[in-house]
Design a protein around this ligand. Structure first.
Ligand code: PLP
Length: 364
């Protein structure tokens, strides 16, 4: 282990330095809102709060939204840091965890960074990227501490239903393990109250944020829902990491949560319109195949074998000649695929898809 510990995320580095393009179809969430789109006045803000474990109005707003006790809510800087804090509280170096494959690479890198022994279970294109509890059971061992998944799944965008999650929860219970679910995309169901696996049992810990469904990434308003003892452990652990959040961000997050219904309405309209466009495009392409979820902001098409050059080559050509970016599937351990995001403005998506078609034609 020594000297080989993962200390970076290749995907995040790529996303920060290489994903930008005139026609950016690489982002996975709703396009960022501007401050002026929130109804806010300077008097809503303050520099310093009371400190302690969480800003109570924010904790309360999240507890109300999810119908949970405030003792179950831990706030964190985005889902990213919520994942870090949750994983760091749940596992010790050498612990075995079971993580989905394909996976959101920063989750995998984080597990390695924390010294976990990472075993995988597959979500296969041929099975519509569904979770198979039977496969999870086969891979569970006596040392498995944690099962880690995303819902919707990143990169495929596929939803895992509660019945399946209950089965996974029972398997975890039998082994005295827990289930960590990153639900950042699940909010794109736009259900009220929002759906969460947290209500399925004490073995479930969930993370999320306002980043993806609401275009509020910059607020870094993330959270963990966990049973109170575990939540307390996370707050104490956070004293070693971030100690205290940016208070102005907490204040802004409370304001945003008050206005979430209106933001969600616009987001849903955009996603529905853009999904239709992407579906129409995929329908015209004999060289692509894709699982097409009826909600969410991402799809993960595959270049059909023998139909074009590799998906990596496609991504490169798109960037270099067509000013368009998608996420290469190699970041998700599936190099035949690429991920398309549909949360941007409709004009950009239309133009980006046109270019995607031209690049595919050129590679034929
Ligand atoms: C599954 C998943 N979790 C977490 C994140 C990061 O979310 P945040 O911006 O809230 O840290 C992403 C971003 O792409 C993601 O796909």
């Amino acid at each position: 282990m020594k000297g080989r510990r993962t200390r970076a995320s290749e995907y995040m580095h790529w996303a920060k330095t290489r994903s930008r393009a005139r026609f950016n179809l690489a982002t996975s969430g709703l396009a960022n809102l501007k401050l002026q789109e929130l109804q806010i006045s300077l008097s809503d803000l303050e520099i310093t709060g009371e400190g302690g474990y969480g800003y109570q109005p924010l904790i309360q707003a999240l507890a109300d939204r999810y119908r949970v006790d405030t003792a179950c809510v831990v706030t964190a800087a985005g889902t990213s840091f919520a994942n870090h804090l949750a994983l760091a509280a749940l596992i010790s170096p050498g612990d075995e965890i079971l993580l989905e494959s394909p996976a959101y690479e920063p989750l995998l890198a984080l597990a390695h960074y924390l010294g976990a022994e990472v075993k995988r279970f597959q979500r296969r294109f041929e099975d519509d990227f569904r979770i198979s509890p039977a496969e999870i059971e086969r891979n569970l061992g006596p040392r498995t501490r944690l099962i880690v998944m995303t819902n919707f799944h990143n990169p495929s965008g596929v939803l895992t239903e509660d019945d399946t999650l209950r089965e996974v929860g029972e398997l975890a219970n039998k082994r005295n393990a827990r289930v960590l679910l990153d639900e950042v995309y699940l909010q794109m169901l736009f259900a009220e109250p929002p759906r969460t696996a947290f209500h399925l049992g004490n073995q479930f810990i969930v993370t999320s944020s306002l980043t993806k469904a609401f275009g509020l990434s910059g607020l870094r308003c993330g959270w963990i829902l966990a049973e109170p003892e575990l939540a307390k452990r996370m707050w104490f652990l956070n004293d070693l990491f971030a100690a205290t959040p940016v208070h102005a961000g907490e204040r802004l997050s409370v304001v945003a949560l008050e206005q979430l219904a209106g933001i969600a309405e616009q987001a849903q309209i955009r996603l529905d319109r853009n999904r239709e466009l992407l579906n129409q495009f995929l329908h015209t392409r004999a060289d692509l195949e894709a699982i097409r979820p009826p909600f969410g902001s991402i799809m993960f098409p595959r270049v059909k074998p023998g139909k074009a050059a590799s998906a990596d080559e496609l991504c490169r050509l798109l960037r270099e000649k067509y000013e368009t970016s998608v996420v290469p599937g190699s970041f998700f351990e599936m190099p035949d695929h690429f991920r398309v995001g549909l949360g941007g403005d409709t004009e950009t998506l239309t133009a980006g898809l046109e270019r995607l078609g031209s690049a595919l034609d050129e590679l034929r």
